[in-house]
Write a protein that binds this ligand. Sequence first.
Ligand code: C2E
Ligand code: CA
Ligand code: CA
Ligand code: CA
Length: 275
Amino acid sequence: SIIFYPLLSLLFGLGAFWLTGRAASPQQEFRRALDKQEFIPYLQPVVTGDDAHWSGCEVLMRWQHPRQGMIAPDRFIPMAEECGLIVPMTRSLMQQVRGQFAGRVHTLPKGFHFGFNISAGHCKDLSLVEDCRDFIDAFKANPIKLVLELTERELIVADETTDRLFAELHALGVFIAIDDFGTGHSSLAYLQAFQVDFLKIDKSFVGMIGSDALSSHIVENVIDLATRLELQLVAEGVENEVQAAYLREHKVAFQQGYLYGRPMPMKAFIEQLSA
Ligand code: C2E
Ligand code: CA
Ligand code: CA
Ligand code: CA
């Protein structure tokens, strides 16, 4: 499968353990890394479409590995999900962000939002509600918006547990975003069932802007569809001024991409935010 190769290469990396005679399963290695707080948040700014000021950020996980250096999420998230450790890993990320910002709530712009990526499997676990409550409560003195990003690539199957989970999240005031919008198969019923607030247009569509006529037509249709659904739009992967201007013209509410800032450690993010 597509994810198999990166998983294998990571497994070979973990092989150092086996070579030294201390056998560690991938699960034990994730446990160890979790205890050592090697899974850390990188933050990328999300800016307003009209005047490009920082209105929020997306939290992206990195594995700061003692021997392999910084590992990108695509290389370890699928395996973390398989090992059943994505829930505590995400919790650790939320705690770290909370710990860093809770003491400086008044330096945050009003209504600043924090977006976390949530795996489909995570939506079967009601502990997510408590984690979100703890996060929101830490910012009582200057309320933030907590956004959970669910990818359209793995649709969530609604059942009693998810119904309850989303009802409780909604009551808490948590916002839901559909990530990678346009690449999957979510229907209007799906978007309604999960009371979606934001759609994040996948970067593959943003990358088409300014290329041939057919591609531009596809992007326009995705924007049209989202606008008609009356959902707030976020365009991801914005890399140049041509794309930015096009998205502004089409009234896309938020933009995110290297043009405005790369994912960065929390300290650097805070420095740039207050600069
Ligand atoms: P995503 O949620 O679609 O995140 C956006 C990805 O696009 C990030 O890659 C980001 O660094 C990258 N990106 C941002 N701006 C640009 C741009 O202008 N151009 C290009 N080419 N890329 C841009 P990253 O950080 O490597 O994350 C990859 C994926 O890993 C994420 O895709 C998300 O699906 C997953 N992921 C990351 N952190 C977490 C997490 O905490 N939990 C879960 N479950 N998944 C995560
Ligand atoms: Ca995302
Ligand atoms: Ca995305
Ligand atoms: Ca993606």
